[in-house]
Design a protein around this ligand. Sequence first.
Ligand code: HEC
Length: 149
Amino acid sequence: MVRSRLVPLAAAVLSACGAEPEVQEQGPDRADTVALAMATFDPAAFDSIAWETSDDAVDRGRLVYRISCSKCHGNAGEGDGGFVMNGDTLRPPSFVQPDWRFAEDGSGLRRQIFVGNVAGMPYWGLVGLKYRDIDAVARYVREGLRASP
Ligand code: HEC
């Protein structure tokens, strides 16, 4: 009994470790999915998200970033992750440039993360990030990455 429950668990853990984020297709299907993400996005869902401390949010965001974003955006947010350098995806703008478009726009940033875009940014709200983790990673980008020298 115990054995038969353990085997599928081990398989799930292994496949989770080996999983690479997929580089998504461009084209009409992708545009439909981005449109669906836009229609699904509910900015009011962030209103009920509370964090014990600001550090908790940023720490959670650091983890989400490492798993879901750094392959393309780079560890420091400069747009130089491995996927970009391998030529698998277009180079994203640096998050740490002084005049970055989302520097003062937390709600726009959360929306962009949820919705993605047709040029290659994944629509995270449809493929695996809950509102809470989108909030966390947005805070990490603005209060962690941008705040560090
Ligand atoms: C598969 C590669 C890939 C992954 C993984 C990825 N992104 Fe992106 N992202 C991109 C690309 C490519 C762009 C630029 C698209 C463009 O030029 O419009 C982008 C754009 C963005 C932008 C808009 C930047 C700007 O200045 O316009 C934000 C914000 C962003 N990504 C956040 C994130 C976050 C947060 C994560 C993790 C949850 C993430 N991305 C994961 C590829 C990726």
